[in-house]
Design a protein around this ligand. Structure first.
Ligand code: SF4
Length: 85
C-alpha cells in the first residue's frame, strides 16, 4: 500500500478503513472512476442512494414483483428441500 498509487484489487471491499488508519493525512483518497475525489462521508450515502434508485426504478418498471402466485409458492415451499438450481 505504501508504494502503490492505486488500490484496484478485487479483494478491496471499499470499507475505507485504510483511509481512517493512514497516519499521513491526505495520502489516501477515494476516487470515482479513478478521477473524481469522493468525500468518505459521502460514499455510504452514494451507495445507499444508488440502491434506493435501483429499487424504485425496478418497482416503477414492474421488475420488482415476481410472476409466481401465492398458490404456486404454497405448492413449492414444501418441496424446497428437494429442489436445486
Ligand atoms: S482497508 Fe478497506 S478500503 Fe482499504 S484497501 Fe483494504 S478493503 Fe480496501
Amino acid at each position: 500500500m505504501a508504494k502503490a498509487s492505486d488500490v484496484t484489487s478485487p479483494e478491496c471491499s471499499s470499507c475505507l478503513n485504510c483511509l481512517k488508519a493512514c497516519p499521513r493525512a491526505g495520502a489516501l483518497t477515494l476516487k470515482a472512476v479513478g478521477r473524481w475525489d469522493i468525500n468518505p462521508w459521502l460514499y455510504p450515502m452514494l451507495v445507499v442512494g444508488t440502491l434506493c434508485v435501483a429499487i424504485i426504478a425496478a418497482n416503477l418498471t414492474g421488475h420488482w414483483q415476481t410472476a409466481i402466485t401465492y398458490a404456486e409458492y404454497a405448492k413449492l415451499i414444501p418441496l424446497a428441500d428437494t429442489l436445486s438450481h
